[in-house]
Ligand binder design. Structure first.
Ligand code: ZN
Length: 435
C-alpha cells in the first residue's frame, strides 16, 4: 500500500493535486497506525518499518504532533554514541472519538480518547422506541452535548479536545455507504435514513461536517476489541454478541467483513438444529431461537425488566431456568465450533447482555467446544469475554471512527459505492487543504 511514498515530500506551499493529497493522507495514517501497534517507535524506526524517507517521516510526525495525534516521550539514548531517538506514542489528551449505541431499550453515548479510554458516558432514555425519528434526535442531541463538554477545558491541567468524528452502532443490518439502517427486527425499524436524520440535528453544532460512520452493533464491538485492546494484533477476530438475538462481527486481515448486503456475521440465523424451534426469520432451529435471550424469556415480552428477572432466577439457581440456560450454552458451543471451522480465528470474543449469565451459559459452551477440539485433534481458538462489557457497542462505535479515519482508502471506496462523501468536510482529521 505504501510503495508510492517517495513522491510525497511535497512543498506545502505548492498547489497539491487530489492524488498527492490522498497519498499524503495514507502515509500520515500509516504512521498513526504503526505507532498505535508499536508505541515508542522513533522517527528513524518508523521510516524503516514504513519504508518512507526520514525527512517525510519527520515532516509528517511534526504535523501529527501539532494536531494532537501523536506525542513525544522523553529522549532515549540508544547504544550508539551520539544517537538519540524520541519515542512517539498516540497522544491521549488532545483528540476525542464519539460513539453511540442505539440499543433496543435505551441508547448509550460515549467519548473516548485515541486509545479507547472512556472520557465520558451517558445513557439516553427513549421517548418512544417504536419511533426512529425521536430516538435519533435524542441520541444526536446527547452527542452534541458531549462534544460541547469536550470542547471546554474541564479545569486546571486539562485542555479542550477536538472531536475527530462520530460512530453509531445499530442493532440491525446497516448499509454503511448510504447511511441507512435496513432492518432492526427487535426495534421494528425498517429503511431508516440514519445519517440524514442525525446530520440534520448536528447542523450548527460542533459536530456539523465531521465524519459520521455507522455499522451493526456486533461489527463495532468487534472493532472495539480490535482497535482498543492489548490484544490488538488478534486477527482473525470474531466478536459474538448475544442479546435478544445473536450476531457476529468478523475481522479478517485487518478488514471488517460486511458482505454483499451488510448481512455478513448474521450468525443468529445459522441453523444449529434441523427442525428445531421456530425462529422470527421464518426458519427453524436458528441460533437466535436456541441461544438468544429472547428464547430464554419464554412467553415474557422482551424488556429490560424481563431480562433482570431472568438474570435473578439464574443467580438464585432456579432449576428450570438454569437447565434452559445450560441447554443454550450447549448450543452456543456448537455455534462456536462452526465459527471456528468457518474462519479459523485467533480468538472469539463473547459479549452482549448474555454475559450476565456468566458461567451458567459460558461453561457448557466451552465444554462442548473442547469435546469437538479433542475429537478433531485440534486446538480450539481462545474464547474470551468482551473487554468493555456493557459499553462494548458504544466504545466500539468510537473505535469505528478510528478504524475508518486511519484507513483512508477504505473510506474512499465506501464513498465511491455510495456516490456521496461520508462527511461534508473530507479533511476533518486535521489536514489543512491548500486553497
Ligand atoms: Zn432465524
Amino acid at each position: 500500500m505504501l510503495h508510492n511514498h517517495h513522491i510525497l515530500d511535497v512543498d506545502r506551499a505548492m498547489p497539491v493535486t487530489g492524488d498527492q493529497q490522498l497519498l499524503k493522507q495514507l502515509n500520515r495514517m500509516a504512521l498513526v497506525r504503526q505507532v498505535s501497534i508499536q508505541p515508542g517507535l522513533s522517527r528513524a524506526a518508523l521510516a524503516d518499518v514504513l519504508q518512507l524517507t526520514k525527512s517525510t517521516v519527520s515532516m509528517l510526525a511534526r504535523e501529527l504532533v501539532d494536531e494532537g495525534w501523536l506525542a513525544e516521550s522523553e529522549l532515549l539514548v540508544t547504544g550508539e554514541v551520539g544517537r538519540r531517538a524520541t519515542p512517539l506514542h498516540l497522544a491521549p489528551d488532545r483528540l476525542a472519538l464519539l460513539g453511540a449505541e442505539l440499543g433496543v431499550d435505551e441508547a448509550r453515548v460515549v467519548a473516548t480518547n485515541l486509545l479507547g479510554e472512556v472520557l465520558d458516558t451517558r445513557i439516553v432514555s427513549y421517548e418512544d422506541a417504536a419511533d426512529p425519528a425521536s430516538c435519533l434526535r435524542l441520541v444526536a442531541l446527547a452527542l452534541v452535548r458531549l462534544a460541547r463538554r469536550l470542547g471546554r477545558a474541564a479545569g486546571a491541567g486539562t485542555q479542550a479536545r477536538r472531536v475527530l468524528g462520530v460512530g453509531l452502532g445499530l442493532h440491525g443490518a446497516v448499509d454503511e455507504a448510504r447511511g441507512v439502517l435496513r432492518h432492526a427486527p427487535h426495534l421494528g425499524w425498517r429503511d431508516v435514513d440514519v445519517a440524514g436524520q442525525v446530520q440534520l440535528h448536528f447542523a450548527g453544532s460542533p459536530l456539523a461536517g465531521l465524519p459520521l460512520y455507522m455499522q451493526n452493533e456486533a461489527n463495532v464491538a468487534a472493532l472495539g476489541e480490535f482497535e482498543f485492546t492489548d490484544q490488538a494484533s488478534t486477527d482473525p477476530l470474531i466478536y459474538l454478541s448475544i442479546g435478544y438475538g445473536v450476531g457476529a462481527g468478523v475481522l479478517v486481515n485487518d478488514r471488517l467483513l460486511t458482505g454483499l448486503h451488510g448481512f455478513a456475521g448474521e450468525v443468529g440465523h445459522a441453523i444449529l438444529q434441523a427442525d428445531g424451534p421456530p425462529c422470527s426469520c421464518g426458519r427453524r432451529g436458528c441460533a437466535d431461537a436456541l441461544i438468544g435471550l429472547g428464547s430464554l424469556l419464554g412467553k415474557e415480552r422482551p424488556s429490560h425488566a424481563a431480562l433482570e428477572r431472568l438474570f435473578a432466577r439464574v443467580a438464585d439457581g432456579e432449576r428450570t431456568t438454569c437447565a434452559a440456560v445450560a441447554a443454550a450454552g450447549h448450543q452456543l458451543g456448537i455455534l462456536l465450533n462452526n465459527l471456528w471451522a468457518g474462519f479459523d480465528p485467533m480468538a472469539i470474543v463473547i459479549g452482549g447482555p448474555a454475559l450476565q449469565l456468566g458461567d451458567a451459559l459460558i461453561a457448557p459452551a466451552r465444554a462442548v467446544l473442547a469435546q469437538y477440539a479433542d475429537a478433531a485433534l485440534l486446538t480450539a481458538p481462545a474464547i474470551r469475554t468482551s473487554h468493555f462489557g456493557a459499553q462494548a457497542v458504544a466504545v466500539g462505535a468510537a473505535a469505528l471512527v478510528r478504524y475508518r479515519v486511519t484507513r483512508p482508502l477504505d473510506v474512499q471506496s465506501i464513498e465511491r459505492r455510495a456516490g456521496r462523501p461520508l462527511a461534508a468536510a473530507r479533511m476533518a482529521d486535521g489536514v489543512v487543504m491548500p486553497a
